[in-house]
Design a protein around this ligand. Sequence first.
Ligand code: KIV
Ligand code: ZN
Length: 532
Amino acid sequence: MDMDRVLIFDTTLRDGEQSPGATLNSEEKFAIAKQLARLGVDIIEAGFPASSPGDLQAVRRIALEVEGPTICGLARCVRRDIEAAAEAIKDAPKGRIHTFISTSDIHLEHQLRMTREEVIQRTREMVELARSFCDDVEFSPMDAGRSDPQFLYAVLATAIAAGATTLNIPDTVGYTMPTEFGAMIEGIRQHVPGIEGAIISVHCHNDLGLAVANSLAGVNAGARQVECTINGLGERAGNAALEEIVMGIYTRRNYFNLTTNIRTEELYPTSRMVATYTGLAVQANKAIVGANAFAHESGIHQDGVLKYSQTYEIMDAKTIGLQESTLVLGKLSGRHAFRDKLEQMGYHLDDEQLNRAFARFKQLADLKKLVTERDIEALISDEVYQPQEVFSLEHVQVTCGDHALPTATVALKAPGGETIVDASHGTGPVDAVYKAINRIIQVPNELIEFSVNAVTEGIDAVGEVTIRIEAMLDAENGLPMNPQTGQKTRIFSGHGADTDIIVASARAYMSALNKLLSILDPSVVKERIVAK
Ligand code: KIV
Ligand code: ZN
């Protein structure tokens, strides 16, 4: 192990997917895993295979087809979970099983209902079982941040003796302060027999906004793996944000004297992809990848930056893959130039995706004089990061105004190829469009979030719409319950972009509905939706 390098363990597809409403389908997970490999993460925690057959299959596909990183599956210290994780990662050139059990008294008493001795015995047996399948085994004492240090040391020593190669220390509820967390890692290094032969990892949650600070305190104290997620997604307030950890280590290399394997120019495109697929937008003032992270508003700051960028900038935006928002291509630009620009911006499309994106670019270039990189990003999110279409939007038309009843007509192409047209009125143009679509695709759902953003300044700006819908799931309407949580409702996000925000809104709704439809049995779609 190179002690000058910090391993980046990405858990966007596992802990990140536990963010409320961030469900990803298997295609989206696969696309994100490929992008994480391009980003250069060392380990991808691809899912929790025992949680559902779908998750097992998604981890399997990533293990088989994504080259580069170690592919990891999560498992409780339970035989069935470990067997599922082993099955899911068995074809990976580099596979890992990550198993965990709680160690805090509060979890032992109220959740596990186990004694400390039972936890030690279970740890030994399950780590040994995991090692019988795989040489690379990670063990986590859940809620370590609130555990009795002496008991924690004993459990970690047991895991090492049973064959664990990485010991991950989670602050599961985001409770610790950076100095405490650093001291905890230091204590582990001093008191756990055999720890010198293992990698210490940290996994911090952000309930008090300290996930990144705690993780970096852990690194300072000797941890050499950080578990983190793109955009800081994760359970409740999320996990440590990968981009912040990486740029902290990179920008303050004179302080840490450490490196990571991350290709930093891929950070921004990865953030965009994850935000689009999960429907969880990045807040404007978010460090590193937020829209304002490199914007200077005050006159004094602008003056300083113009004279010498480092007066108010500690990082160069290009380092994270952010290009300047200037005119890049016009309506005479060819396919070649368009592809080169996309590559430069960190988007790697296959031929089919490129063709679709190029057609949309040409339409946009006809409408807008200046096509900026921000416009191109919006267009890629709208055209490429979309689910497989079950129904597609052919046409949308609205009438509205202060003395008119908002009315919409929509035409959708059904799975069989026929065009279905319907119309509705509503409280506003978007409501009318959504109601007209609902008259064709009759799956009960509720719009729970709607946001619209102008991508650039100016009256001709592209509008990006992000929505979330909550679908009611039951046998009667043919919708399966969420296999992971058993919940009767499930949230789907959708994203659309267009210079016309009504069209962008219609596209966003179709994107969310297509995700919903894709989890239904095709016969349900055919009988209950198409053949009404
Ligand atoms: O937060 C946590 O404790 C976890 C474990 C499964 C590592 O996510
Ligand atoms: Zn976690």
